[in-house]
Design a protein around this ligand. Sequence first.
Ligand SMILES: Cc1cc2nc3c(=O)[nH]c(=O)nc-3n(C[C@H](O)[C@H](O)[C@H](O)COP(=O)(O)OP(=O)(O)OC[C@H]3O[C@@H](n4cnc5c(N)ncnc54)[C@H](O)[C@@H]3O)c2cc1C
Length: 302
Amino acid sequence: MTLSLDLKNELQSIAKGRISFDEPMRDHTTIKIGGPADIWFEPLDLEDLKIVTACADRNDIPKHIFGNGSNTLVRDKGIRGMAITLSKFDWINKNEENIVCVGAGVHLQRLLGWSVENSLSGLEELAGIPGTVGGAVIMNAGTKDGSIGDVVKNLKWASKGRVYSAEKGDLEFSYRKLKLPRGAIVFEISLGLKPSDKQEIESKIEKIRHRRKEVQPLLWPSLGSVFKNPASGSKAWGLIDDCNLRGVRVGGARISNEHANWIVNEGNATAKDVEVLIKMVKERVKEKSDVILEPEIVIIGE
Ligand SMILES: Cc1cc2nc3c(=O)[nH]c(=O)nc-3n(C[C@H](O)[C@H](O)[C@H](O)COP(=O)(O)OP(=O)(O)OC[C@H]3O[C@@H](n4cnc5c(N)ncnc54)[C@H](O)[C@@H]3O)c2cc1C
């Protein structure tokens, strides 16, 4: 989208946090793919977020929220509109009842380290997942043994200049999903953690990290699992394996040899390469097993 010089100047004069234009999104995604976002905005605080997003709304600029980009494929021509990251929302505070209040931009692995230091249990299943707490809540990230939604007590989000709050009982978490009103920007999350033995927490985390290293291609840039496991109970990786697709390449993207449900970037992959592989996997699995695989990753952009 073409942004007038006046609009660019207005955005830069009202924003307290960093605003940039034509920001390469490959620098903000774990798979290292993605064309430029017209506008990139890192609000310093809630007021900054409200003021700048109000200006975007007045000018019909679409908005997209970014966490760590570890579940997001940005297409090669990039994002028309404003990409917003809450990296400055990075607080972790605890009250006497061990309710931990976290800014949406805190990285999961930093929070996990903090929970070990404070001998608080409940987040161990998130060991090794490379997202922010905001992104993890939206994706209800986790493993078959537990997801972040299990410990969420309260969420706060901003939308159209107003702030909303919801308690656990009002939140609909499901497999890799949280239902929230369209356009909600989650900025703070409260988690209920339990006091526990520090060494026990550490050893559980170590085991989970070790398990990941054994089966996951962690040396290559990726987005983790590409497809959700179908509701029937079968595993997406098993269905892909039945079609003998490990190692298949399109351009610089490859279906991982170590984990059939991962697509890795071998260095110069484009989003197009990844999308061609996704389409191929869907078609082959449908032909072979009559199952329609649904992507777990979020695909955005032009
Ligand atoms: C190596 C690797 C391993 C992985 N392993 C796992 C795993 O075991 N389990 C698992 O569940 N996932 C896994 N993932 C996927 C990913 O890490 C998780 O989904 C993670 O929670 C995404 O967080 P993020 O901050 O990177 O989100 P992003 O990719 O940045 O965003 C994901 C979605 O959330 C939205 N969003 C992000 N922040 C906000 C916010 N503050 N407010 C509103 N919307 C927001 C975005 O708009 C987007 O729709 C893995 C990924 C990789 C690369």
